[in-house]
Design a protein around this ligand. Structure first.
Ligand SMILES: Nc1ncnc2c1ncn2[C@@H]1O[C@H](COP(=O)(O)OP(=O)(O)OP(=O)(O)O)[C@@H](O)[C@H]1O
Ligand SMILES: [Mg+2]
Length: 581
């Protein structure tokens, strides 16, 4: 019931075209019912001496005219009714993607990308079928069944009752086979997806497979799934192979009954030959709906199950949103950041990642964070950009409690070069601009120079228009990092965050970039997370994280005097550099 209401709520928006479409459908159905009546009349008039060749030609002409008229109407209802289903599909798809964009990283952590993609493809397909062909069939089945039944019983009620007895069996057989076929088909699709995954892995991982001499193992892995696919397809073919013969056998029973009873009644002159012929035509007409009912049941079950799955996602409340305390008058930030005893434990986990972190940075200052891997450095950034919700009253920017700042302002004000870089399969220029319409070509060039990426770009065949990724240029690790840095710098936000942004860049280039940033981004607050001392030695303040706490803080100079963890890291790096020289 709930499902039906939901379906109707979607259909309501297209009331008008559905009404016209259904009207066309009813007219086509009605004409279909009239044609056997015309044939009946012609056959029964053949005895009549006054029935001339001209009359036959006239009726033939009428049937031909009706056929053309039906063709036009059929085209119309298809366009009207099926187009709606595409529009509904588009609307649901857009709503779905829009909603996904609002959900937090935690949602994506708990949901499989493959599943989320399947909702937007396979499931949405099932929904479209329900709203398109499903709706058409529902109306068609109703009118054709009702009309054929009435006209058949008008010829002979008893005979009608006899011949329709086997027909519900057809419906059940269709439902049963439909389910079985669907299950097998889904399995085939799954195996196929698995096969493409494995094939893709084998192709994209070809270098590593070759260097480990694992060609045979990987060939076998693909072969295994390919074998599965053949077996599953064979099962599907067998089921399909059984379905139609069985169906026609059952329908054949009805035809047999018609021929026997109808023939007898015609001989006994209870019905005319014309009526007998018309009756068989109606039987043909009514066999379609009985198959279609089975189909509708399956379409309905599949379509509503898919619709429910999509709805479940749509009902997921975004965890991160502007809360009631938000102050919409805050439209920009300067960049003073203050963490007050910041604690954090990731949702669904027990162990605190950060405890008691207190930091103050003034706008325009540079803060560096250092610490062993997994100490929670990136977590601080995720909390600062509210990719995860921090505890209340522990993060302040420009003296605003972070929850008072509208999310849009907050994220506009912080430009991040993340540790794991994601680039889009578009041109270098588009990756740097990243949808920012206020950026000119000159800006892109200037920023690429600051990031020390310009000379690399000049070396690409298509320069700024070179496509990144498949069949385009493949960027080296350091080039990716400098591209990500350009993308962040072009945002021109008051707070710049560089999370391990130079790990693949050589120290010399890194120093030039940092100098460029210091020169061009003077008023910006810069947060640098790094493992190399060289990256952070010029920072106004350096903090050392250990076990989720700030264990040392100061400047490069004061920290070295402390002779603690920082000095330790410094000495080890110095030693390594000397050994490398
Ligand atoms: N989404 C998450 N859910 C649960 N735990 C997480 C999540 N992200 C990170 N962690 C855990 O939090 C801890 C800190 O992770 P974080 O990424 O902040 O470390 P990091 O200091 O940036 O390390 P690295 O130097 O390797 O980048 C790690 O133990 C990590 O496993
Ligand atoms: Mg990190």
């Amino acid at each position: 019931m709930k499902n039906l209401k939901l379906i109707i709520s979607y259909l309501k928006q297209y009331k008008k075209s559905i009404a016209i479409g259904v009207l066309c459908l009813i007219i086509v159905d009605a004409i279909q019912m009239v044609v056997p009546k015309i044939i009946q009349h012609v056959i029964d008039s053949l005895h009549n001496p006054s029935f001339t060749m001209n009359a036959i030609l006239m009726y033939a002409g009428i049937i031909f005219g009706l056929a053309i008229f039906m063709a036009v109407l059929r085209f119309l209802w298809r366009v009207l009714l099926i187009t709606n289903s595409f529009k509904i599909e588009k609307k649901i798809r857009n709503d779905y993607y829009e909603h996904l964009q609002k959900l937090s990283p935690r949602f994506f952590q708990n949901h499989n990308t493959g599943d989320l993609m399947a909702y937007a493809t396979n499931d949405l397909n099932a929904v479209r079928m329900l709203f398109g062909i499903g709706v058409v069939l529902m109306f068609d089945v109703f009118f054709v069944t009702l009309g054929s039944f009435l006209l058949m019983s008008n010829i002979n009620l008893k005979m009608t009752l006899y011949v329709i007895i086997p027909l519900p069996i057809v419906t059940f057989v269709t439902i049963y086979f439909g389910k079985k076929v669907h299950r097998l088909f889904k399995k085939v699709q799954e195996i196929f997806a698995h096969l493409s995954d494995r094939a893709q892995e084998t192709i994209s991982g070809v270098r590593i497979i070759k260097s480990f001499v694992r060609e045979n193992a990987y060939e076998a892995r693909v072969g295994e799934v390919a074998e599965d696919l053949v077996n599953q397809n064979m099962k599907l073919v067998k089921i399909w192979g059984m379905f139609f013969p069985l169906m026609f056998a059952i329908i054949g029973i009805s035809l047999m009954v018609t021929l026997y009873i109808g023939g007898t009644k015609t001989i006994l002159r209870e019905i005319t030959i014309g009526e007998f012929v018309a009756f068989t035509s109606y039987l043909h007409l009514i066999t379609w709906p009985v198959i279609a009912v089975g189909w509708i049941v399956n379409l309905y079950q599949r379509g509503t199950a898919s619709l429910n799955r999509i709805q479940d996602i749509m009902h997921q409340k975004p965890e991160i949103y502007d809360e009631p305390c938000v102050d919409r008058s805050i439209t920009s930030l300067h960049g003073d950041i203050s963490l007050k005893n910041l604690h954090y434990t990731y949702p669904d986990t027990e162990v605190p990642v950060l405890s008691d972190i207190s930091i103050n940075i003034k706008a325009g200052e540079t803060l560096a964070i250092v610490g062993r891997t997994g100490e929670g450095k990136s977590t601080i950034i995720k909390l600062l950009t509210r990719l995860f919700n921090p505890p209340k009253n522990e993060i302040y920017i420009d003296d605003h409690e972070i929850y008072q700042i509208p999310l849009e302002t907050l994220r506009q004000s912080i430009a991040v070069v993340t540790q794991d870089i994601f680039l889009f399969a578009s041109s270098v220029k588009e990756n740097i601009q990243f949808g920012n319409e206020n950026v000119t070509e000159e800006d892109v060039v200037e920023i690429a120079q600051i990031s020390q990426f310009y000379n690399d770009i000049k070396g690409f065949e298509m320069e700024f228009d070179s496509i990144i990724g498949e069949r385009g240029v493949s960027l080296s690790g350091g080039q990716k990092q400098r591209l990500a840095l350009s993308r962040a710098l072009i945002k021109d936000a008051p707070i710049l965050v560089l999370d391990d942004a130079f790990s693949s860049v050589d120290t010399e280039t890194e120093e030039i970039i940092l100098k460029n940033i210091r020169g061009s981004q003077k008023n910006k607050t810069v947060l640098i997370i790094a493992h190399r001392i060289s990256t952070m030695q010029h920072a106004d303040k350096i903090i050392v994280l250990s076990n989720g706490k700030v264990v040392e803080q100061g400047t490069h100079k004061t920290l070295l005097e402390l002779k603690g963890i920082y000095t330790d890291i410094y000495n080890r790096q110095k030693l390594r550099e000397e050994l490398e020289m």
